[in-house]
Design a protein. Structure first.
Ligand SMILES: *Cc1c(COP(=O)(O)O)cnc(C)c1O
Length: 388
């Protein structure tokens, strides 16, 4: 990433050097399979169990409620499909939202093909889901509510405590994709009545390809990775020991510093928002002004193509996003921006800036300076702009 200014921390983050150092011994020294019986496998087994404990503590769970997966996508798939299959005798109705990550949306779409019914709740224009809308959607066939903790494009934080309370009162399972929230905001699965929660290490300075599903004691999503006794017979496959160790080290660091990081990033984000809104005309901030992740800013610039903006920023050494990485390269505007009611042409001109540990105020000033000239240049080329 030499010479690049990185503003895409919602897509992934660099692994911290301290985290890499903790992972290294488990590649070639303490490399034994944790499931083996001989003494050298004990070190690996111990590292896995210690990591599980650390991760559990960070979200207020018990150690035996954490199941390692290959990442957030697998955790989402398992929670949703596993709960649907395990409860199909009770009902076939699932409630989710229009603006979930595709790991959730595509899984729900597939379940619809298999005979399940899914209600997709619409967020309000500021990107918040109303608990009353969920309550109205509940039927006697509802078996699962799956609602993301924080949105990956517009950063909005959902009323998880209220939703958990409602789900508990109605006796319905509640899963949350908390991939963007874990490590960034305080989470307590017990207080929030969360039955299942997905997380992924590479979103908080840990390695890629490792995540976990928290599953509350007594909840039993159907097993869907067969082939071994790992993770108490519920998720087969040899444990990714270095990944697990890196996951725990990164999360521990994030957990210990949640408040100070949120304060620091939030101030930097607010500075960015103020600068952009004051210095560039015809711009809108997407999402809620305060109920949002401390590191997220998402703007729509009228009369501009987001892809053109991204390419111009890239030429200046700035890495940002126009929405989810999955939709870049396609001409469809982001499903998240459409869900909050943006017209297609405004959604097309969007830019997501997600800040991280490595960003500075100097970099933000540089970004704003470049944005002013790029936006102006692109608008001058737009026939729509001259009409105004
Ligand atoms: C990144 C992300 C995922 C996918 O996690 P992976 O570990 O990359 O599979 C799922 N949900 C949200 C909200 C995300 O931001």
């Amino acid at each position: 990433m030499k010479g690049q200014i990185y503003f895409d921390h919602a897509a992934t983050t660099a692994v911290k050097p301290e985290v890499i150092a903790k992972m290294l011994p488990y590649f070639a020294v303490d490399y034994a399979n944790p499931s083996s019986v001989y003494s050298i496998s004990r070190t690996a087994r111990h590292a896995v169990e210690e990591s599980r404990e650390t991760i559990a503590q960070c979200i207020g769970a018990d150690k035996d409620e954490i199941y390692f997966t290959s990442g957030g996508t697998e955790a989402d798939n398992w929670a949703i499909r596993g709960s649907a299959y395990a409860n199909k005798n009770k009902g076939n109705h699932i409630i989710t939202t229009e603006f979930e990550h595709h790991a959730v949306l595509h899984t729900c779409k597939q379940l619809e093909k298999e005979g399940f019914e899914v209600t997709y709740i619409k967020p309000d224009s500021e990107g918040i889901i109303h608990t009353s809308d969920i309550e109205k959607a509940i039927t006697d066939k509802t078996i699962l509510i799956t609602i993301m903790f924080a949105n990956n494009e517009i950063g909005t934080i959902q009323p998880i405590y209220e939703i958990g309370k409602l789900a508990k009162e109605k006796g319905i399972l509640f899963h949350t994709d908390a991939v963007q929230a874990v490590g960034a905001v305080p989470i307590n699965v017990k207080e929030m009545n969360i039955d299942m929660l997905s997380m992924s290490a590479h979103k908080f300075y840990g390695p890629k390809g490792i995540g976990a599903l928290y599953v509350r004691k007594g909840v039993r999503p159907q097993v869907f990775m067969q082939g071994g006794a790992q993770e108490k017979n519920r998720r087969a496959g040899t444990e990714n020991v270095p990944g697990i160790v890196g996951f725990a080290a990164a999360l521990f660091d994030a957990c210990m510093h949640t408040e100070e990081n949120a304060l620091k990033l939030g101030q930097m984000r607010d500075y960015l928002i103020t600068e952009v809104m004051n210095k560039i005309p015809y711009v809108k901030l997407n999402g809620h002004i305060s109920k949002r992740l401390p590191n997220n800013a998402n703007f729509s610039f009228e009369f501009i193509e987001g892809e053109a903006l991204l390419l111009s920023l890239d030429l200046e050494g700035i890495a940002a996003s126009s929405g989810s990485a999955c939709t870049s390269g396609s001409l469809d505007p982001s499903h998240v921006l459409l869900s909050i009611g943006l017209p297609h042409e405004i959604a097309h001109g969007s830019l997501r800036i997600t800040l991280g540990d490595d960003n500075t105020y100097y970099q933000i000033d540089y970004l704003v300076e470049k944005l002013i000239t790029i936006v102006d240049r692109l608008r001058k080329m737009s026939p729509l702009y001259h009409e105004n």
